[in-house]
Design a protein around this ligand. Sequence first.
Ligand SMILES: [Zn+2]
Length: 268
Amino acid sequence: MEQNRPAPRRALSPKERRRRHRIRLVRNWTVFLLSCGAVMAVMTGGILWLLPRAYALIAPPTAFEAREYEGGAETDLSDKRLVLVNANLPLTEEPTPELAVADDATGVSLEAEAAAAYREMAEAARQDEIELVLTAGYQDAAARQSAYEAAVQSGRESGCSEEEAAARAATVQPAPEASEYATGYGADILAADSMEKDTGFADTRAYEWLEAYAAEHGFILRWPQERQAATGMVFEPWHWRYVGRDNALAIRASGLSLEEYLALEQTK
Ligand SMILES: [Zn+2]
């Protein structure tokens, strides 16, 4: 039987062995260095790609922070922008403010100065990628009546008695004669990505922005969460009120509702 025997190796000369050894050495080093280079390239490239993405994930978005308020100016209680309209101080006559459209998209109007201030504010918000939407502003007597009736009706529908429905509605939507929407200074402000009138609006970036900067444009949160006992109104994070810049900054700094702030100023 024929056997497969390995062919006898030809003995290499010592010179030839050294030559082959050198070739192997050079080849191995080349492969090694090229591999190192490739790994480094992938890693640095990968890290450069990954870092900003990882950062975006862990870094909070830019915080909107109110600028320091210097304060100072005395409050002029005859300033018509401070007019107080509520259940205790209902309108004695129908106001006739000069109006201007404040939001072209919704067509909602405010008192002319408030409208100009709102436009400026919306533009400033847009610079910070916040899209404010003015959903309610000036309302005439008929509009206020139907808004109030809609609120009473929703109370009836959730099973309240007539009396309860009216009482509850008045804490959400002022009765027509107690509604500052008549002045053109009341403004319901929401955001394009958050159009529900519920307290969830208080958790949005738009609300964070308004809390920080609305006062600089003359708007105050009209019925704050902590001041419900003083205003008699539930917290409505979307309901803002134009009072002018200096007044707004002073009122916000006081931490009071408009009712309390004006009462305090009257004692000075
Ligand atoms: Zn409102």
